[in-house]
Design a protein around this ligand. Structure first.
Ligand code: NAP
Length: 358
């Protein structure tokens, strides 16, 4: 996709990491706040709906998407405050997330090193409160810079107003569509304390001869190695990362599950226990299965892969089969983590595979 405003009929096939065929009615790539304001005002005037695409790494796109696809290209990393202990940064929504992690660990600043190699942009990160290996972006977020859609005014929403919870925030729930995220204010620490309690990370650090890491770059490197090993590279195998969220079940439900699956791990969560969606999908026999062009990734069955020529409809059909099977076997309802755009059909157990776009 080229830089510019109001580009009509734009193919997004190579702009979404799933590699699904899709066309947007319009695409706009505003490079600064004023351009973004102009575009939104124009869309409102024309009565066009708009949607936002960051890195295109968490999306399931339908084939024809009406309205305006906004790709905020606001860049820049600026130090706002520096103290002996920490540093506060303003980062543009269009900055690549992993580039930010690399920059931060390069400076020796700590707080987001466990989030290395997560695809996507900085602007998308707070929406689902990206998290990995025991760390969430919410922990280092001071606030989120937004443009209010109602009056196009600018605001720094403090973290407390963002309603961060496990893979969620107000931006995808109660305030959906109310704001456009233009940047993130983060506070990173100059004093490194390793967060290496996840077995995958601890094991990798030991393998690297760094059982006691002393620098955030070492943790970032361990996380990068683990992710490279487990996850398919979307440039070769189109995918949108974890397709489903890890479910939280009640304490009673978890006890019932453990009666049948004694070694099922569960981690205390706000309302019960969080269990691994990948483990349930594996137990249901879906790991490594392929239907048409779509493959359930053998090394991480939470990832669905477009092996080439796949369509949104094929992904939806397979996803729904998995959801139905997991409900039938374990009474656990898997919920997609990917966002559906230009698709009227919702993925849920027992819903019909017919009448969907794509
Ligand atoms: P994993 O490490 O195999 O973990 C599977 C599940 O078990 C997750 O729900 C994870 O919780 C939980 N878990 C594992 N060890 C835990 C511990 N020591 N304490 C508490 N909970 C524990 O997951 P994976 O699929 O390979 O993914 C690796 C990491 O990347 C995970 O943290 C996962 O959540 C994260 N991830 C995040 C996103 C996103 O932000 N959208 C997408 C894909 C993967 P947590 O989910 O709380 O870690």
């Amino acid at each position: 996709v080229r830089d510019g405003l109001w580009m009509p009929s734009v193919r997004l096939d190579r702009a979404n990491t799933f590699g699904l065929p899709a066309e947007a009615e319009f695409v706009c790539r505003p490079k600064h706040l004023d351009e973004l304001r102009t575009v939104v005002a124009e869309a409102q005037k024309r009565g066009l709906e708009w949607w936002v695409m960051g890195g295109g790494s968490n999306l399931l796109l339908g084939p024809q998407i009406g309205g305006v696809c906004l790709m905020p290209a606001i860049t820049g990393i600026k130090v706002v405050v520096e103290t002996e202990d920490d540093v506060t940064l303003d980062v543009g929504a269009g900055v690549n997330w992993h580039e930010l992690v690399r920059f931060a660990v390069g400076q020796g600043w700590s707080g987001i090193e466990n989030l290395a190699l997560i695809p996507g942009t900085v602007g998308a990160a707070p929406i689902q409160n990206i998290g990995a290996y025991g760390v969430e972006i919410a922990e280092s977020t001071v606030g989120v810079h937004v443009l209010r859609c109602a009056d196009l005014g600018q605001e720094l929403l403090p973290a407390e107003a963002c309603g961060f919870s496990y893979r969620s925030s107000v931006f995808k729930t109660t305030a959906k569509g109310r704001y456009l995220i233009t940047g993130l204010r983060l506070c990173l620490s100059r004093r490194f304390v390793a967060r290496d309690d996840y077995p995958d990370v601890a094991q990798e650090l030991r393998r690297m001869g760094l059982a006691q890491p002393v620098h955030p770059a070492q943790v970032a490197e361990a996380v990068t190695r683990v992710r490279r090993r487990k996850l398919p590279d979307w440039r070769r195998f189109g995918n949108a990362g974890s397709f489903f969220q890890n479910p939280v079940v009640s304490t009673e439900h978890f006890a019932r599950l453990q009666r049948d699956i004694p070694d099922l791990a569960g981690y205390p969560a706000a309302k019960g226990y969080k269990v691994s969606a990948a483990r349930l999908i594996d137990l249901a026999g879906w790991k490594g299965r392929r239907e048409g062009a779509i493959l359930v990734w053998p090394r991480q069955p939470l990832v669905l892969v477009n092996t080439g020529g796949g369509t949104a409809s094929q992904v939806l059909t397979l996803a729904e089969r998995i959801v139905n099977d997991v409900v039938r076997r374990f009474a656990v309802q898997l919920v997609p983590e990917v966002q559906l755009v230009g698709i009227s059909h919702a993925i849920s157990a027992e819903s019909s595979a017919q009448d969907r776009q794509g």
